[in-house]
Design a protein around this ligand. Sequence first.
Ligand code: GAL
Length: 944
Amino acid sequence: MRANSKPAAPLTAAVALLTAAALLLAPAPARPAEAAAHHVGYDRYSLTVDGQRVLLWSGEFHYFRLPSPALWRDVLEKIKAAGFNGVSLYFDWAYHSRAPGKYDFTGVRDVDRLLRLTEELGLYVVARPGPYINAETTGGGFPAWLKTVPGRARSSDPNYTRAYREWLARIDPIIARHQVTRGGSVIVYNAENEYAANTDPAYMEDVQRQARAHGIDVPISHNQCCDASWTPTWATGQGAVQIPGVDDYPQAFECRDPDTWGTWGEGVTERLSTGAPAYAAEYQAGAIDLNRAGYEKCRELTGPNYMKIYYKSNLITSGATMFGYYMAFGGTNWGRLAQPNDVYTSYDYGAPITENRRLTAKYDEFKRQGLFVTGVAPLAKTDPVSAPASDNPAVHTEARANPDTGTQFVLVRHADRTTDDDQSANLAWNTPDGAYTLPVRLQGRDAKILVAGYTMGGQRLAASTSELLTHTTANGRDTAVLYGTAGVEGTTILRYGSRPDVKVISGSVKSAYSNGNLKLDYTHQGLARVQITGGGREPLLLLLGTDAEAAKFWRSGETLIRGTDLVRSATTRHDTTAIRADLAKPGDIEVFNATRRLTLNGEYLHARRTGSGTLLARAKGPRPVELPALNHWRGRPGAPETTLEFDDASWKVADHTTTAGPIKPKKPPVLYADDYGFHYGHVWYRGHFTATGDERTVDLNAITGKGGIYQVWLNGRYLGSAAGGEQKDADAPVNENPGPGTFDIPAGLLPKGEKAVLSVLVENMGHNDDWTADDYRQKQPRGLVNADVTTNPITWRIQGTRTYDPLRGPLNTGGLYGEREGWHLPSAPTKAWVTASPTDPIGPGVHWYSTNARLALPKDQDVPVTLHIEPGTGRYRSLIFINGWNLGEYVNGGVQHDFTLPDGILHPHGRNTVTLAVISEDASKPGPVSLKAAANVRGGVPAP
Ligand code: GAL
C-alpha cells in the first residue's frame, strides 16, 4: 500500500483544514482532466483528491451488458449529464476468460478503452473486479470453467487461489494504470462482493494483497450486504478494507406491487468505520424483475417518489458522501450472460436510463439531485446539527451542517415515510444568517433538502424553502435555479449589503427588503425569472421553477442550458458556444451565460438575445425513419443429431468417472457438460447401446437452470420434452432430483439386439451464482445428471460449442448444430436453404431462419432498434442472432417481446443478417417478427 492512499496524517489534516474553507467556496471539483498524478485520500467525511473533498455520486454501469463500445460513450455521457460524477463498474471474469489461462480484453471486452473514456468524460470510477461480482450474471462472474476446479470458491483453497490470482493478475494492472493517482479515473477499488457468508478472512486479505502488488494504490472498499447485521463488515480485523460500504435495496424486488414501500427497511447507510466516509456502495436504483412483472413496473417501484424520500433521507440521516446507484443503466443479458434464477435477456432493471438508452422520469429526478449534491461543495463535509423545529408533528425535519462554512442542509419529509398526505408546517429556522420562520408543504410522497447559509457564487443564500438545483457563474453574473412542487408556495431569502434592484422578468414573485434580507415569495408555477442587481453583489439571474421545469436544465461546466432532451456537452471558444444535444422533436434551446453564437451538433443556430440576457434558438427535430419489413426468409431444419445415422465420431466420449463438483452423479459416467469443456448454451448427447428389447421408458434428469428445457429422441423418434432442473438460491442442500423426465418407448422401436441411439438436446440457461459463498450453487452441474434407459452398457458422446469465436466471446455461441456450422453468422450458406417463414407451423426440434435487412438510418440521428416478436402458439423459444451475435432468447409465453439490438452489432447504415434458431417442443406456430424503432432522436453519438 502506498502512503498516499492512507487516511490523512495529522499534519496533512491540519494543512487540509486551512485550505478547506477556501476550497469549500468553490463547487466540488470535477475529476481532474489532465493526465497528472493526484493524491487520493479520505477521512470520516469524504474522499479527497489533492486535498479537495469529493462527494462521490456514482451510477452503476455494466460494459459487458452493452456489447458496443461506441455506445459506452452514449451511456456514459448520459450518466454524466444527469449530474453523476462517477460510475461504478463491475469487471466480469467470465466475460473475459473462456478457459484457464485464456483471457481476452479486445473488442467489446476492451476495458482499457472503457476506462480511457471515463477519463475523457471526467467521471470517477469505482472499479469492482470481484473476483466474485454476483450481478445476476452467469456464475456471478465466475467463468464456468471454475466449476471444474476443485476446492471451495471464495476461500483460500489453493486451487481457487491459483484461479482468482490469474484473473486479478490480468485485470488489476489495467485498472491500476487508470487510477487517479496516475492521472486516470479510478478513485476506489472494491474487493470481493457482499462477502458475508462462509467467509475466509485470509482470502479477503489476499485479494487486497494481490491488488496492491498489481499497483492498486487508491483506497480499497467493500460492499457489505444489506446492513451491518451481516458479518463480517470488513471494517476491522484480518481482511478489513479501508472504506467499508453497505449495499441497500429498501424497496426489494417485488415489481408486481410497485406501490409497496420500504419492504426492506429505512434504507439508511450505516457508517461501518469511524475513520472512513459512510459509503452507500450499492443503493437501489431499480430492481431485478423477480416475479416477471416487466421492467416498467420495476421503474415504478423505484420511481421519483421513492428516490426523493430514500435518497434524500439517506444523505441527511447518514451523512454518506459516497454513493453507487445500482443501476444507472442495466443493459442486456446478451449471449449466455444471464444468471437464470433472477433474470432473463433484458437487464433493463427499471433503471433511470432504459435498455434502449432512453431517459426516464427517474433520470429527471437523478438530475435534480445529482446537480445539487455534486455542485454544492459544503455537502461533502457535514455533521448532524439540530434541525429547525416544525410546528406540525407530521412534518419531520433533520439537519446537517458543514462545520467550516456553517451551511445547513435540512431534510423535510413526512414523519410517516409511507404516507401520501398533504401536510404543511412552519419551520423555526436558525440559520447562520439569522432566524426565520418559513412555511413548508409536502404534497404526497415527497422529501426535500433545503439549504441555508450558503455562499452561492457571488451571492449569499440565507435560506430557501425551494430546493437548489444548481448555480453557475459566467461573464460576471450568477445564475441559480431553485425549484419546488407545482402549486406549492416558496420563499427564498438572499443577503445584501444594501437594497438591490429586483426585476421580475417573468412569473409572479413578490419581493421585500429589510435588514439586509431580500425576501422573495412566490408559488412554484412554470418558470419565474428574477433579475437582481446592485446591493453590493454581482448580478444574479434567479430562476424559480417547478420540478418539471428544473428537469429541463442541463449543465456543462459553467454553461447552463434549458431545453432539448439531453445536453451532452457545451464548450465555448471565442464567441461561439458549441452544444452537443439530442432532440426527439423540434424545440427551443436556451443558453444561459452563452457568448454570441451557438452551434448545435456542429450546425450554426440562428439565436436571439432574450430579456434574461440569454440566447434562445429553435432547434430541429429528427426526420421520420422507416424500418424495413423482414421478408425473404430462408430456412432449414437444424437437428440432424436426432437421426440414427448421424455421425458423431468426432464428439467427445463422456466417460469421466469423477467430477470436481460437490454434487456427484448417482452412477457413472459423469455427464455434466462443463466437465467436458462445454460451458454455455445447448449441448447434445448421443447414447449408443444395444437394445435388450425390454426397455420401456427413458428416465432422465437434467439441470438446465431456471426456464430451460431438454428434448429426447430415440432412434430418430421424438419422445418429448421436459423442464430442466433449477436450483433456486434458497434451495439447500442441493435438490437431488431437480429435472426429471420420463418418456415412454413406443412398442417396436427397440428390437432386441439392434443398435439404438438416444439423442438428447439440453439447454443451459446459464450458471447459478455463489451469493452465499457455499460453492454448491455455482458448481451445480448443467446437462444430463442421470439417465436410466437400458440394462445394457451405454456409450455416451457429447457435443457443445465447437469453435471459439474470438470476436463475440465465450458466451455467444452454444452447441446447436447450426451454431457449430456457423449458421448464425452472416457468412451462413443460406442460398442453399429453402424459402420459408419463421411463422410457418413447425414440429418439435430445431428450425433455422435467416434473412437480411438493409438499414439506411440518418447518420445524425439515434434510432435504437429492437426486434419485436409477437406471441405465437405452442411451446417454443427462439435464439436471436444479429450479424452472428446472440442478442437474446425469446420464450413463447414469457414476459419479453422486444429485444434490444445495439448499434455496432446492428449496422444502422448497411446490411444486417437476422437469424433465428427456433426450438420447438411440440407442434407450434410462432408469431411474426419485425424491427421496431424504440425512439428517434436527432443527435446521438457517432455510429460505429
Ligand atoms: C446485490 C449484488 C449485486 C446485484 C444486486 C441485485 O446484492 O451485490 O451484484 O446482484 O444485489 O441486483
